[in-house]
Design a protein around this ligand. Structure first.
Ligand code: AMP
Length: 184
């Protein structure tokens, strides 16, 4: 009997779930934007578990904390943090965090934005995995990378559910490994 090993079983099944459930909305939230909606993936218990397990597995042993980007990145960071026994950092939109915060301004595929991180949450050198739903132009994750590094942490990976390859966002990111469950 032939034994077939499947080292990437969780990755391929996570990608299959995303491919089956991803919804696309032309001209949302403004003309010429093809909005990729991952809520149907989050709303399917089996698919959600598959993507969370895959994000945790791809970077296993390489992070002590996950940084979720408001708002959809929070859904992933909370679950991956729990699954991997990792701390959770919330990277929030501007003006929502108290105390001493670091700020980064950046351009979006549509508009511009500001992200912030509270300082002193974790020890310097903590290994951080950044999580978000979609990698588009890369501005959001690049800004988050700068926040992580300015806070004294070490960025060891980036995980996203979906990468929009024609926007070349990956090229704006640094040397930390970037894992996308699905690329289109
Ligand atoms: P970017 O900074 O261009 O990589 O954009 C990433 C952020 O914007 C992510 O948090 C996404 O949720 C959101 N985003 C950008 N473009 C899209 C898109 N076409 N469909 C869905 N979400 C998007």
């Amino acid at each position: 009997m032939t034994h077939i090993s499947a080292p990437n079983a969780s990755a391929s099944s996570a990608a299959a779930h995303v491919e089956a459930l991803l919804a696309s909305y032309p001209d949302f939230p403004q003309p010429n934007i093809l909005f990729r909606d991952l809520n149907p993936v989050f709303a399917d218990a089996v698919a959600f578990r598959a993507i969370v397990d895959d994000l945790a597995d791809q970077h296993r042993g390489q992070f002590d904390a996950v940084a979720g980007i408001e708002a959809r990145g929070f859904l992933l960071a909370a679950a991956v943090g729990y699954a991997a026994n990792a701390a959770v950092l919330a990277v929030r939109k501007g003006g929502k965090l108290p105390g001493t915060v670091l700020t980064e301004e950046y351009d979006l595929e549509y508009g511009s934005a500001r992200l912030e991180l509270e300082v002193g949450q974790l020890p310097a050198g903590t290994r951080v995995l950044i999580l978000d739903d979609v990698l588009a132009t890369g501005g959001t994750i690049a800004a988050t990378s700068r926040l992580i590094e300015r806070a004294g942490y070490t960025l060891t990976g980036v995980g996203v559910v979906l990468e929009l390859t024609d926007l070349h966002g990956r090229e704006r990111l640094g040397t930390a490994p970037v894992h996308a469950i699905m690329s289109i």
